[in-house]
Design a protein around this ligand. Structure first.
Ligand code: GAL
Length: 362
């Protein structure tokens, strides 16, 4: 039998009844309806950042299917709304899924729902973002290292402009604990080395907000007075670059990013964005899937989680911590193309053929 995926309903009242499947594990957990096939809830945070639906979701679903053909995955996306994600957690608990893979929209606000899941004996695996409350496991990257990679790359791209140079910083959403780690890592490299002309947090990681903030920064600082833009991810980079262009900032200053979105890789080849941080999606999704399947079957994480992490409540949970990679035009082929994330054809289509040839991407 194939693993199956269903859209989870947004509200508790609209929850559909799970279809019984044959059990695939030795201990299929706590299914309420007597259905003993493991069921895994997959709760993603938003559709503003491409990676969740374009990379993480298909990779997680495929790996869960590979590890447990009878497992059923129920997916829902909170569209950046904390209340919606709280309802989705409630819905998963009511259905009695066996494990939940959670990318929290807001780590703190979701803690009561995590406690409720734990009380119902449902393991919550914090995926990419360290959720608060009694989580069972965690998989992610070293967030401060992401910030350091971005900061160092920005200084390298600024070259002679570092001395006496000024930058603008676009940070992520403060309710996402990763945003804080990226900021801390970046500031550890940049603060005291360059002047930070303007600095913004960006609620819900919205590209449009970064666009507005960049325009305000240009009005406040002037068009020619800054020499680099720290953008915490590719969506913020896109919004910032659009504002730089609309305000005729020429030449464009180097702009950082994160997530290795296809659009960002194309901007890097075309010269509009300097770098992105690639957090290999496949190993993260594989670890997330392995933790979720083990939890759903009531098995231990031995052999999967070799690290531990301290949670907000001071507990220690098993973790898988992976290494982020800085990507510039010179390393696209050795990283993203080599890992099969994108083909050269995808990157170089529609108008980028000449830039790709120049970059040796053929
Ligand atoms: C972070 C995540 C980043 C980025 C961002 C925006 O938590 O680590 O990769 O996607 O959220 O959603």
């Amino acid at each position: 039998m194939k693993a199956r995926t269903r859209e989870a309903a947004l509200t508790v009242t609209a929850v559909s009844t799970a279809v019984a499947l044959a059990a695939c594990g030795p201990d299929a957990g706590n299914d309420a309806g007597g259905d003993d096939a493991p069921r895994i809830g997959l709760l993603l945070p938003d559709a503003t950042t491409d990676r969740w639906e374009a990379q993480d979701r298909p990779l997680l679903e495929a790996k869960i299917e590979e590890l447990c053909a009878d497992c059923e995955v129920e997916h829902a996306n909170a569209k950046g709304d904390v209340a919606i994600q709280q309802e989705q957690m409630e819905s998963m608990i009511t259905k009695g899924v066996d494990a939940i893979v959670l990318v929290a929209v807001d780590a703190r606000s979701l803690a009561p729902a995590v406690r409720k899941a734990d009380a119902a004996d449902i393991a919550v695996i914090a995926y990419d973002r360290l959720a608060e409350g009694p989580i069972a496991g965690y998989v992610s990257f070293d967030g401060e290292e992401v910030g350091r990679l971005q900061g160092r790359a920005l200084l390298k791209a600024m070259g002679d402009r570092v001395r006496g140079g000024q930058i603008v910083m676009m940070h992520g959403d403060p309710s996402d604990p990763n945003a804080d780690a990226f900021k801390k890592g970046a500031l550890s490299v940049l603060e005291g080395t360059v002047k930070i002309g303007k600095e913004y947090d960006t609620l819900q990681w919205r590209s449009e907000t970064a666009n507005m903030n960049m325009s305000s920064a240009i009005s406040a600082l002037g068009v020619d007075t800054f020499h680099g833009v720290y953008a915490a991810n590719d969506g913020l980079a896109a919004g910032s670059i659009a504002a730089l262009k609309a305000n005729k900032v020429d030449p464009l200053p180097p702009v950082t990013g994160q997530d290795a979105e296809l659009g960002a890789v194309r901007r890097i080849v075309g010269g509009d964005q300097y770098m992105t941080v690639y957090k290999p999606f496949r190993p993260e999704a594989s670890a997330g899937a392995a933790l979720a399947v083990a939890a759903a079957r009531g098995e231990s994480f031995a052999g999967i989680a070799t690290d531990t992490v301290r949670t907000a409540g001071d507990g220690e949970v098993p973790a898988v911590l992976l290494t982020p990679v800085s990507v510039t035009v010179a390393t696209i082929e050795d990283t993203l193309v080599k890992d099969g994330v994108y083909t050269i054809q995808q990157i170089c289509a529609s108008g980028l053929e000449a830039a790709c040839a120049e970059a040796g991407l053929t």
